[in-house]
Design a binder for this molecule. Structure first.
Ligand SMILES: NC(=O)c1ccc[n+]([C@@H]2O[C@H](COP(=O)([O-])OP(=O)(O)OC[C@H]3O[C@@H](n4cnc5c(N)ncnc54)[C@H](O)[C@@H]3O)[C@@H](O)[C@H]2O)c1
Length: 264
């Protein structure tokens, strides 16, 4: 399915010559982001806890003429971030772009077990913090301009009864992003940090949710004024813009790609 997408060893494209790390890149939005960044000329380190899925994505990118490698990374593991940064520098010579995309969205209302709350916070918010900190350190050490893109959600602004931990974590990602952008500006580091806020997109995470709650499909479509759910590539194109130098004047900002969900 990747053949003919225009990847090439000549590395032309909107992020040509850049090195990108994408977390949660074995599936869904992360996969679409990794594929599009590679298609647009970046060398991509595909990071995930799912080694089989991650290696499949690397193989797809390679088959289409792009450059990618897999690195096993649990975003909640502080030491593993150091290893991932060392691996990307070793393999590709530095780091220009980090997409903190890995995330989980288990259903849970205010009566959820504390353990579930902690798990969601750990992956979605601790993971984004550890990744952002690690990337700022690595980009600064390499004296390179950088772009960090943090995956939040429409649920970073609003909540449903069943998104207590998820909304809290994604709201946290939204403001962590601004704090990191302010940090980089105060330190005069040429690193931009922005967040992306997708509406509901048809990824494995969402497909499995809609299979468990089939009555939700019509309600979700109705809550997106554009009249349908998103495709992972809709989000990937927004990340591509923030990753590229086209967004050189954007930092600490929020890109909503949500079919009008938040405009209501
Ligand atoms: N799909 C949507 O509608 C939607 C909407 C808004 C925001 N998001 C956000 O986009 C991101 C991707 O979602 P998706 O729908 O593609 O999900 P997905 O379940 O299809 O993919 C998530 C990936 O993250 C990986 N992952 C999970 N825990 C990890 C960990 N601890 N360390 C490293 N990797 C880990 C999984 O193995 C998987 O490959 C998430 O942050 C999610 O909250 C998704």
């Amino acid at each position: 399915m990747m053949k003919g997408l225009g990847m090439g060893k000549d590395r032309k494209g909107r992020v040509a010559g850049k090195v990108a790390v994408v977390t949660g890149a074995a599936s869904g939005l992360g996969e679409a982001i990794a594929v599009l960044l590679a298609q647009e000329g970046a060398a991509v380190m595909v990071c995930d806890i799912d080694a089989d899925g991650g290696k499949r994505v690397v193989s797809d990118i390679g088959a289409a003429g792009g450059e990618a490698a897999f690195h096993s990374l649990d975003v909640t593991d502080e030491a593993a971030w150091d290893a991932a940064m060392a691996a990307v520098v070793d393999r590709f010579g530095g780091l220009d772009v980090l997409v903190n995309n890995a995330g989980i969205a288990p259903v849970g209302d205010m009566d959820m077990p504390f353990e579930l709350w902690r798990k969601v916070m750990s992956v979605n918010l601790d993971g984004a913090f550890l990744g952002t900190r690690a990337a700022i350190r690595t980009m600064s050490a390499g004296s390179r301009k950088g772009s960090i893109v943090n995956m939040s959600s429409t649920m970073g602004y609003v909540a449903e009864p069943t998104t207590a931990a998820y909304s809290a974590s994604k709201g946290g990602v939204r403001l962590l992003t601004k704090a990191a952008a302010m940090h980089c500006s105060a330190k005069q580091l040429p690193i931009r940090v922005n967040s992306v806020h997708p509406g509901m997109c048809l990824t494995p995470m969402v497909k499995s949710y809609l299979e468990h709650y089939p009555e939700e499909r019509a309600r979700q479509i109705a809550s997106h004024p554009i009249g349908h759910l998103g495709d992972p590539r809709d989000v990937a194109y927004g990340v591509l813009y923030l990753a590229s130098d086209e967004s050189a004047f954007s930092t600490g900002t929020e890109l909503q790609i949500d079919g009008g969900y938040l405009a209501k």
